[in-house]
Design a protein around this ligand. Structure first.
Ligand code: ADP
Length: 204
């Protein structure tokens, strides 16, 4: 898949990123924020999980996520673009009025670079949780609740946390201090949400 396949929208989408390690609560915050008027939430993991696992793409997702690794960038960005375009066509996401809330993408610097021409990142909400044991516990609980196989195996969890540290964390440098709002992810979900909303209201 060549870079020429990545097309830019007419103008860049106004975007908020929910960023943090697996288990930090990105999904919970994304869904809640996305339920408000004029916000549209898209979780990259959900896009992958909605694939038919009998297709080549679905198999590819199972292969990489089963090992705790990232799906290759080209496949990921293309799939995300198609999903967003579908949502625009279906009038679920109205870029002229809605802010885009992304969680799980971009997940490394290369994805961020490719996406620069599509998204105008207004703020990166960094859900910080240095306590790795707490994250592992949360993921294991989620494995039972949501039937997530990649959450069930402790070795896979450790790999995902390592991938976060080496590939995703450098995104904080990429976006720079001014765009980042670090929030303590061990607080209750409502407190995390309050901080996110407060920042959006005050800083736009
Ligand atoms: P979590 O945030 O708990 O790690 P996600 O649901 O966001 O879980 O992602 C599950 C899996 O889907 C990841 O481990 C990875 O294999 C794949 N994935 C999700 N988003 C991306 C992305 N932007 N780039 C590459 N792979 C991704």
């Amino acid at each position: 898949m060549g870079e020429d396949l990545f097309f830019a929208p007419m103008s860049r989408y106004k975007t908020y990123l929910i960023f943090g390690p697996p288990g930090s609560g990105k999904g919970t915050q994304g869904v809640t924020l996305g339920s408000l008027p004029q916000f549209f939430h898209c979780a990259c993991g959900d896009v992958f999980r909605s694939l038919d696992t009998r297709t080549e793409l679905g198999q590819s997702f199972l292969y990489f996520s089963g090992k705790g690794e990232l799906v290759p960038d080209e496949i990921t960005i293309k799939l995300w673009q198609v999903r967003i375009a579908d949502c625009v066509k279906a009038h679920q996401f109205r870029p002229e009025v809605d802010a885009l809330v992304l969680d799980g993408i971009p997940r490394n610097v290369r994805q961020a670079e490719i996406m620069e021409e599509m998204i105008d990142v207004r703020k990166v909400f960094h859900l910080s949780c240095p306590d790795r044991k707490a994250l592992v516990k949360r993921l294991q609980r989620r494995a039972l609740k949501d039937n997530r196989l990649d959450d069930a195996d402790e070795e896979v969890i450790r790999e995902r946390l390592a991938v976060y540290d080496t590939l995703s964390k450098p995104l904080l440098n990429f976006y720079g201090e001014k765009l980042i709002r670090t929030i303590d992810a061990t607080q209750t979900p409502v407190k995390v949400l309050a901080e996110i909303i407060d920042t959006i209201v005050c800083e736009g």
